[in-house]
Design a protein around this ligand. Sequence first.
Ligand SMILES: NC(=O)c1ccc[n+]([C@@H]2O[C@H](COP(=O)([O-])OP(=O)(O)OC[C@H]3O[C@@H](n4cnc5c(N)ncnc54)[C@H](OP(=O)(O)O)[C@@H]3O)[C@@H](O)[C@H]2O)c1
Length: 268
Amino acid sequence: MINFTLITGASSGIGLEMANVCAEKGMNVLLVSLPNEDLAATSKSISKKYKIKAEYHECDLTELSDLNNLLKWVEENGFHVNFLINNAGFGGTMAFDEMSEGYINKMIDLNIKATTHVMNMFIPILKSNSPSRILNVSSIISDIVAPYKSIYAATKTYVRNMSLSLAYELKKQGISVSVLLPGATPTNQVVSSQIEQGAYAARATVMSANEVARRAIDKTLKGKKIITTGTRHGLIRQLMLALPYRLSALISINQYEKQKNKDESNRN
Ligand SMILES: NC(=O)c1ccc[n+]([C@@H]2O[C@H](COP(=O)([O-])OP(=O)(O)OC[C@H]3O[C@@H](n4cnc5c(N)ncnc54)[C@H](OP(=O)(O)O)[C@@H]3O)[C@@H](O)[C@H]2O)c1
């Protein structure tokens, strides 16, 4: 039986690096992301470089009908998925009262709803191909009081909490669940400009997408439930957890208030 690892948000950033790391380890991959010109070429080049099977499916994970079509595509092609990586997600920095209805919906639909529905839909497949794994991508911010990133942080808290609960619930069914808490990873314009603008919390945890992906896959394969990306990152997380909310909120305000007007991705 030929098994596959399905990765959402695999056309760029951490997801693309995860696809490369998995392929390097000899795993066959299914790449999923929004329709764009590069996914076919990416899939072909990964397949050729690592001599593994790579297929792709373009869809908008915020559309329920697209989620159903994704499942149908996997079933009709008989892909035996035994590793599901829920990586697609987006963030931004914005005052709550400036967020549009569209912005709020898009963030909740992608970060929360898509992650939840994809997991829920794929459980029967993962069970039938067990032992299987799920890796969900949360964020270091999921533990932090985050003014100006209120909805993003809350969506990532949801992902972390749900993943941990399911880690215990799905164990009996032969499915391990891990959750990744990356720090700042310069993958796109938003994060890169945050790092450049001198956000010290971002700079203290910065790590390349390849390094993040490598640690995430290695630790998931070892069955680790909560994955931080390194000792320094783990220590910063523990420190933030130990601080009273009042103090962590002050640190966040200091970090994010100045960024909120510069974040171009907020305009959607
Ligand atoms: N970068 C960081 O500093 C950081 C830190 C903590 C957590 N994270 C989390 O890590 C994950 C990956 O982040 P990243 O920085 O690598 O992001 P990224 O470079 O912006 O890549 C996001 C990926 O998700 C895909 N995507 C976006 N909206 C989609 C939709 N509606 N349907 C299907 N696919 C969609 C994108 O596809 P297209 O390329 O086709 O648009 C792309 O492949 C996210 O969950 C993010 O919240 C990132």
